[in-house]
Structures are given as structure tokens and as C-alpha cells.
Design a protein around this ligand. Structure first.
Ligand code: BGC
Length: 767
């Protein structure tokens, strides 16, 4: 049951047997999108247990004061119900054979074919096709072909726009208007209840009988939150009937709807729908597939050669690229990437440090313009970061742990889940004390600036973010009795330990942030006096710069123990040691929470995810190899990888330490988070950051690529079963093609406008 990987070498993810008790898996991993919208792969006919999601990036709404803002689930446009001689097509009834559902990641098309015999004995061959255009951001196409096999049939079709959907119960919309135009074009308007965004959805159907356009009698129906039409037709044995459903969705939040009133948008979107109707499904698909080819596969090609296993590795890498394009808001800098991309309601569409630490590396090395938009989003959300700092008694920019719309500020829920022992709601401290996010954002900005060489960005936004976050950190430092500054009462990356003091990751990152801001202050004063003056006026650099320096110097940085282990905070190593084998063997995450309350876990040596190990590769040169090795041995034993962010960090670290087998094994596990056999893992959506992680395992880990002290370094080490790895990278505007074989590294400068200096396996080179 479930996934079949036999066609992955053809870019195809296949389900060859419908699994009606685990619908969430394929709905999420076969989702489609274009950064503007994400469409979950729920089937056309309805099932109990399904989740039908159409999410439009950036359209956040707050259901009520008790809930945080989330991406609302727009009206469903994918449902198309079929009846064969009065019997509803449904895979739990009658008999099916020759079933195949496939996502072709190369073209972006989702297809499903099945032969179905209704309980009345009539057999039809059905084929479903679906595309979300990568080229026209608002447009979606569905095509259904019904072939009457042995007998004549009476086919009935019901299709429309169905707004009877919620986000697991929370209804985010008021109905505004629903109507048919010319008894043919369906329009549904709904408005988010708090953010007042109007969504206009349009649909039109066209039919063909044996390839010839057919006109059908339309029976129109308008019900509460539901507008649809019924169509009927008699087919002779052997006849084929095709239904195309062409849909568009636009909102008053869209960039390209700026300045339009609702009625203008209704009019415009209807005109757009008529154009889409003329285009038709096949041309829409072809145009979109071309866009995938040009924008992703030709622009960011990857090659892995090796044994049979390496076919899966290449697919996993390309699948990661597919996902990272699907949820990337390349069109708009006012939004970012949700932790579940656009494939489910999990994490409410909010973005986290996942963007800067896990996803940004892929974008800045392969699509710098898109990476810039993600970082501009942080700049545009500074007002929320300032508000959060003030609310917490600090200064400067304290970025939200969970971020949604630009001025929403912190959107991390205060409570989530229930304590297994006490029965009380569990308080989520991350929104208040998981503070490393501010340094992560600054770090992302710095990396982006160095790797892309985009000085325009740095001047307009980048330097300011780094300095504004430094103001926050300086106000955050606490005086200790030892004459040092400390950062007490935080959550580090490992969320199983709350209220810890001097979390290594947090302190090192904060010190880096303070130091970098002070450094830039001095550089800009000399080299860009006008910019310095502007920033000084805004951020009082004259007074702040010396404070940042002093803060960075006096901030306590945890030091390795005698055994060389970096303590992740002041408490962890004193905790109780328990045998974690049981939890490590479970095929689901957070199993430990079923046995221990979060309060108990505080005093146990167990990590949810990589913590100070993330530091080792962000600040590679700051830690001795012995420290990395000793810390690795200590923490690996105590880590459950209960966050999808953890495996890739470990894989890169293992590759850096030269443990190739371990690196490869962890890479395979990271690649299997969504693609693997665990049927429940993706119900709430895919794990966006893990795809950045998969790319990092390959390019950072096996490819050995790193930006160190402003320079590019490539130290590759291929896994034993790979014979070749090829990838491309942008370095300061020059596109490099890197090919690694067992005994050879070839770096080509494809742009060739500037000389690129780099180090390959420790030797200085220039291309
Ligand atoms: C992890 C965080 C992560 C978040 C969103 C949590 O489970 O602990 O590190 O940012 O998920 O992916």
C-alpha cells in the first residue's frame, strides 16, 4: 500500500493502490502550487477523513481573539462528483482495478487513472488530470475523461465552488456573493472575517464527446456557501466524454489587484476566466510545464549518478526542488514560507527560523532574486518586531518566533495541546522566550549579502536589520555576578528544554549579531558615510556601536567540558539519563510525550532536535574538530529527531567529520520524512524546512560547499554508492557548475563575467 517508487527515475511519484484510511499522505506529498497558491491533492470525489485545502499565501485571518492568525482554507474548487447510472463513483464502493495516481514533478501535473465497476455492474475507465499553473499564478485546470466500457451509461456530473470548508472547524469567511453569469460562469465571493480580504473564485466547465465539443443542459443550484451545476449525458458503449473545469482565484490582497474595488476585481477575474476558457486544459498544462522546465529544471539542474539507490537520491533531491518552488512566494515580498509550505493547515501558514537556517541557503545559491524577497519580508515586518520588543521590555527588533502577515507581530499560539499527566493546556513558551530567531534573521541577511554580493539590498535593508537586532540583543543581556553578561530563561533550538540559561546556540548567535553590527558600523562610517549618517539618525549608531562591542566581548559563551562536549545550556548535562531506544524506534514523532509530561522532560537528557550541532556548521571555524566530535557522540545518543529539522543538520555534520556512511544514512532518513513509508507523517502538510535540509545534505554535506569568512569553499566527499554529483551555484552573481566524481572536482564559471576565487579541498583556485 502507499507509495511505489518504481517510476521515480522518470520524475514520477506513484500511488498504485488507493489508501482510504491514510488520505492525508498523498494529499500533502502530491500537493501542487506556484507560491501564490497551494492546492492539496484531495481527490475529486469526497471521502470521510479527507482534507481539502486551497491556501492563498499571505491571506492571514484571525478567527477570534482566542486564536492566532492563520492562512484560511478557501472555497473548494476541486470537487467533481460523478454518477454512473445513478451510482456515485467512490472507491470504497463497487470494484476498482488498474489504479494509479501520479505526480509528475517535472511538469507539475497530477493524474489519476482507474477502471471502476459500479455496484450495478457498469464499468467506466476514468482519468483525472490537474494542474496549477506556474505561469499564471491565479489559474488552475482540471480535466476528467470518462470512457463507457462495455455498456451504454447515463453519466451525471456535479461540480461547482464549495465554501462549506473550514480550518479544522474555524470558519474564516463570510459569504459575500455567489452567482452564475450566462448560466455558465460561476462566481463565488467570500471575505475573511477579521482581515477583510475578499476572495473571488470563478469556474467554468467545458465538455467534449469523443473529442468534439459538446453542449450540455445545465441545472444550476445555489445553496448556502455552495454554488454548483448538474449536467447529464447518455454515452454509448465505447464513447469517451471529457469535462474540463477551469478555475481562477484572486484576492483583494494580491499585488496585481492593487487599487481595484471588489466589483472591479470581480469583473477582471471573470474576464481572465474567459481567457482561460479559450486556453483550455492542455495548453494551460503545456505552458506551465514549460515554465517548470525553464525556471527550475534548466536553471537549477542537478545530477546524481551511481547505483540503483542513487536513483531515489536524485528523485528526493528533485522532489525537494519541486517543493521549494511550489511554496516559494517569488511574486511578492510581503509573504514568506510556512513551515508546512502550502500543503496543509499545520503551523497555520506561519514562518519560523526554518526560512533563514534551512531554506534560504538553497534560494540564495540558486535563485538570489527570490531569496531577496524572503529577506525583504523580514525588513517589512520590522514594525511587528519592534512591537514585540517593547511588549517584552526590550529595545530594537525582536523578531516573532512565528510570523504571519507583516504587522501581525508574534503569532505563536500561547497554548497548544494537553499535558498528558496534568490534563492542562500546554503553554507554548517559544513565542516569548525562543529568542534566537532575531539572530537567525540577522545571520540570514548577512549570508545573503555575502553570497549574492547584493549591496543594494544591504544598503536599503540588510545593514539596518543586523543593527536593529543588535539593539535588541544589547537590551536583552543580563548582568551576572561573574562580571559577564548572560542570557537567561530562554528556549534554544531544542524545544524540549524551556527556561534554560545560557543556551549555547542563542549566546553564540547573539554575540555574533552584536559583533557583526559593530563591525559594519565601523566599515560604513569609513566607506559609506551617507548611509552611515542615515542609519545613525535612525538607530543612534554613535551611542550603540561601542555598546555592541562591549556586549559581544562580555557575553558569556559556554565552553567545552574537559571531555570536549559543548554544554547546550546550564542544565542539560545535569539531567537524568534514560534509555531512549523505545522512542527512537517509533515510526512517529514525540512518542516521549506519551510517557512523560513536558515538565518531567525538562530534567531528562533528551533532545527533540539538533541544538548546538546547528552552531557547528553555521560557525564552523569557531569550534575545534575534537569538540565537534565529542559533542556529536554525546548529543546523538540523546537526540530523538522529533523535529524534521534535525536529521539534515546531523547528516551535514557527519559528512564534515568524514563519517560518510552515517552522513548517507541520515540523508536517506531526511529524504524520507515526507517521501518515506510512514503514512501519518504528512497529514498536516509536508515539512518545508526538511526540503532545504535535503538540499543541504547534498550540496553542503556531500558537495562540501560552505561560505566561510566571506569566501567560498568546496570540500566534496561523495557517498560510497555515488559516482558523480553535479549542481549549480550562484556566487556573487556568477553561476558556477560544480561536478564532483570520486577523484575529480570540476568547477566551471558559466557566467564568466568576473573571476571567482574559491578554495577546493584546501587549495586556492580561481575560475
Ligand atoms: C521545531 C522548530 C521549527 C518548527 C517549525 C518545531 O517542531 O522544534 O525548530 O521551527 O517546528 O518547523
Amino acid at each position: 500500500m502507499g507509495m511505489n517508487y518504481e517510476r521515480i527515475n522518470e520524475w514520477i511519484l506513484t500511488e498504485d493502490c488507493p489508501d482510504l484510511s491514510h488520505l492525508g499522505k498523498c494529499e500533502a506529498v502530491m500537493a501542487q502550487g506556484n507560491g501564490y497558491l497551494g492546492l492539496r491533492a484531495a481527490m475529486e470525489e469526497r471521502y470521510v477523513g479527507e482534507t481539502r485545502n486551497l491556501l492563498i499565501n499571505g491571506t492571514f485571518n484571525q478567527f477570534d481573539a482566542e486564536e492566532v492568525t492563520e492562512l484560511p482554507n478557501a472555497a473548494d474548487i476541486t470537487a467533481v462528483e460523478l454518477w454512473i447510472d445513478g451510482q456515485r463513483f467512490h472507491l470504497a464502493e463497487g470494484n476498482w482495478e488498474e489504479y494509479r495516481r501520479e505526480l509528475n514533478i517535472r511538469t507539475g501535473e497530477l493524474t489519476r487513472t482507474v477502471s471502476w465497476t459500479a455496484p450495478n455492474g457498469k464499468t467506466v475507465r476514468l482519468s483525472f488530470q490537474r494542474v496549477v499553473s506556474l505561469k499564471r499564478l491565479h489559474d488552475i485546470g482540471l480535466k476528467i475523461t470518462v470512457e463507457a466500457k462495455g455498456d451504454p451509461i447515463e453519466l451525471k456530473i456535479r461540480s461547482g465552488i464549495d465554501a462549506r470548508v473550514t480550518n479544522t472547524g474555524s470558519q474564516h469567511f463570510s459569504e459575500i456573493e455567489k452567482r452564475f453569469y450566462e448560466k455558465k460562469y460561476i462566481q463565488f465571493v467570500e471575505r475573511t472575517t477579521q482581515s477583510n480580504i475578499d476572495f473571488v473564485l470563478n469556474a467554468v466547465h467545458q465538455f467534449a464527446r469523443n473529442g468534439e465539443t459538446a453542449a450540455l443542459q445545465t441545472d444550476v443550484n445555489i445553496e448556502r456557501r455552495y454554488i454548483f451545476a448538474d449536467y447529464s449525458i447518455a454515452l454509448k458503449a465505447g464513447e469517451t466524454f471529457t469535462i474540463e473545469k477551469l478555475v481562477n482565484v484572486q484576492t483583494t490582497r494580491d499585488f496585481d489587484a492593487a487599487g481595484l474595488t471588489l466589483s472591479q476585481l470581480q469583473e477582471k477575474s471573470l474576464e481572465d476566466l474567459k481567457l482561460l476558457e479559450q486556453t483550455g486544459y492542455d495548453a494551460l498544462l503545456e505552458e506551465s510545464a514549460r515554465e517548470w522546465q525553464e525556471e527550475v529544471w534548466d536553471k537549477i539542474p542537478v545530477v546524481i549518478k551511481g547505483d540503483k539507490d542513487s536513483e531515489f537520491d536524485l528523485f528526493a533531491l528533485r522532489y525537494a526542488q519541486y517543493q521549494m518552488r511550489l511554496f516559494l512566494p517569488r511574486h511578492d515580498n510581503r509573504m514568506n514560507i510556512g513551515a508546512k509550505g502550502l500543503s496543509g493547515e499545520g503551523y497555520k501558514g506561519h514562518c519560523f527560523w526554518d526560512t533563514e537556517i534551512f531554506l534560504l541557503p538553497y534560494y540564495m545559491f540558486t535563485d538570489p532574486q527570490a531569496a531577496r524577497k524572503l529577506e525583504e519580508y523580514r525588513y517589512l515586518s520590522l514594525p511587528g518586531a519592534h512591537r514585540k520588543a517593547q511588549e517584552n521590555g526590550y529595545q530594537g527588533a525582536m523578531f516573532p518566533w512565528e510570523s504571519a502577515w507583516l504587522d501581525d507581530g508574534e503569532t505563536c499560539p500561547l497554548y497548544q495541546g494537553t499535558d498528558i499527566i496534568t490534563g492542562k493546556p500546554i503553554k507554548v513558551w517559544s513565542g516569548i522566550i525562543e529568542q534566537h530567531i532575531s539572530a537567525d534573521v540577522a545571520f540570514g541577511v548577512w549570508q545573503y549579502g555575502v553570497i549574492t554580493g547584493d549591496e543594494d539590498f544591504m544598503e536599503k535593508y540588510g545593514y539596518e536589520i543586523i543593527m536593529d537586532t543588535a539593539i535588541f540583543w544589547r537590551s536583552r543581556l543580563e548582568d551576572g555576578q561573574d562580571g559577564r553578561y548572560h542570557i537567561n530563561d530562554v528556549v534554544g533550538p531544542d524545544e524540549y528544554h524551556e527556561h534554560v540559561n545560557d543556551n549555547a546556540f542563542t549566546n553564540y548567535m547573539a554575540a555574533w549579531n552584536l559583533k557583526k553590527a559593530a563591525e559594519y558600523c565601523e566599515i560604513l562610517k569609513e566607506s559609506k558615510p551617507e548611509l552611515y549618517a542615515r542609519l545613525d539618525e535612525k538607530l543612534n549608531l554613535k551611542e550603540n556601536c561601542p555598546k555592541w562591542k562591549e556586549g559581544a566581548e562580555k557575553l558569556y559563551l559556554p565552553q567545552p567540558t574537559e571531555e570536549g562536549i559543548l554544554p547546550m545550556d546550564d542544565r542539560f548535562m545535569k539531567g537524568q539519563y534514560i534509555d531512549l531506544t523505545k522512542y527512537k524506534q517509533q515510526d512517529f514523532v514525540a512518542g516521549i510525550m506519551k510517557d512523560y509530561s513536558l515538565d518531567q522532560i525538562q530534567n531528562i537528557q533528551v533532545c527533540k532536535q539538533a541544538d548546538c550541532l546547528v552552531l557547528f556548521y553555521l560557525m564552523e571555524e569557531q569550534f575545534a574538530p575534537e569538540v565537534k566530535k565529542a559533542s556529536w557522540d554525546y548529543y546523538v545518543e540523546r537526540t530523538l529527531h522529533d523535529s524534521s529539522l534535525s536529521l539534515s543538520t546531523h547528516s551535514v555534520q557527519a559528512a564534515d567529520m568524514g563519517d560518510d556512511d552515517m552522513a548517507y544514512d541520515l540523508f536517506r532518513k531526511a529524504a524520507s520524512i515526507d517521501l518515506g513509508p510512514y503514512m501519518g507523517s504528512s497529514n498536516e502538510g509536508i515539512h518545508a524546512a526538511s526540503f532545504g535540509g535535503v538540499w543541504q545534505c547534498v550540496v553542503y554535506g556531500f558537495g562540501g560547499v560552505r561560505m566561510l569568512n566571506g569566501s567560498l569553499r568546496i570540500n566534496p566527499r561523495l557517498p560510497g554508492n555515488w559516482s558523480e554529483l553535479t549542481f549549480t551555484l550562484y556566487w556573487k552573481g556568477e553561476k558556477l557548475k560544480v561536478t564532483v566524481t570520486k577523484d575529480h572536482v570540476d568547477v566551471q564559471n558559466l557566467t564568466g563575467t568576473k573571476q571567482v576565487e574559491l578554495s577546493v579541498n584546501g587549495e586556492k583556485r580561481s575560475v
